[in-house]
Design a protein. Structure first.
Length: 266
């Protein structure tokens, strides 16, 4: 490299070795990020001096930054030990990123589930009080079922609805109220619906046989968010005469295992 090129290269870098670009790095933000990274890397809470030393930040600056982060919920302060650790506010900031990543991981899982179960596999996202079909994987058969992506239905409807209601641990009264607002093609009453939700709670998956759509069986499991609430639903769908109760159980257990693997609530 020539001296001129070296000089130009040096001019394009900040003192921390980061590209300068068109703007200037804000020192307070850099110091805040360094402190957060130090807390994230530590196996135990840190005092101000230890955090400042590891982050190469002035102690008084570290004190003010950490106090501000605590006020905003990004860190927590233990009065007894005078130490800081990461707070739940950071998780709130990252929640949408985590959810997006989970959706991508689930999409990649759909073809495997379709091949393993031999059924159409659908991925539903929970949006307020409804679920939206965001992807599906077809089974390799000459004649097969399909679903239109982006279709919506009430959260508590069908197999996904039973699994979601089970995940939410709704009372019988809440289930009856929710049931009255649902429309079914098949013959089902509130007592049967409540019983099937309770079965879903025990088994880890919900089943709809001939009630949402006549001649169709759906099995579903719920992927929970970090608060344990339904975030996504995985469902397997087939013609009623193609799947018996034993096969329903096998498929349900497969979906429940997949949903558990991707759930954020542990």
């Amino acid at each position: 490299m020539t001296s001129a090129a070296a000089a130009h290269s040096h001019a394009d870098m900040t003192k921390d070795g980061e590209p300068q670009g068109k703007g200037k790095l804000v020192g307070a933000v850099v110091q805040t990020v360094r402190l957060l990274r130090v807390l994230a890397a530590s196996d135990e809470p840190l005092g101000v001096s230890a955090a400042a030393r590891a982050a190469q930040v002035n102690t008084s600056t570290a004190f003010n930054v950490l106090r501000t982060l605590t006020a905003e919920g990004m860190t927590t302060f233990d009065e007894a030990t005078k130490t800081y650790r990461l707070g739940s506010g950071l998780f709130e900031l990252a929640k949408r990123l985590l959810t997006s990543n989970v959706a991508d991981l689930l999409r990649a899982e759909l073809p495997r589930l379709a091949a393993e179960t031999g059924r159409l596999i659908a991925l539903w996202e929970v949006v307020d009080d409804r679920v939206v079909l965001i992807d599906r994987a077809l089974v390799n058969r000459p004649v097969r079922l399909d679903l239109a992506v982006t279709q919506r239905m009430p959260l508590m409807l069908g197999a996904v609805g039973r699994a979601a209601a089970a995940q939410l641990q709704l009372s019988d009264a809440e289930l009856r109220r929710g049931f009255r607002a649902l429309r079914w093609a098949g013959n089902i009453d509130a007592a049967r619906y409540i019983g099937e939700v309770r079965t879903a709670q025990r088994n880890g998956y919900g089943v709809d046989r001939d009630t949402l759509y006549t001649g169709i069986v759906a099995i579903a499991a719920i992927v929970a968010d970090e608060n344990g609430r339904p975030a996504f639903g995985l469902s397997a769908i087939d013609l009623s005469n193609n799947i018996d109760d034993d096969e329903v159980a096998v498929v349900g257990q497969t979906l429940a295992a997949a949903a558990e693997k991707f759930s954020l609530a542990k």
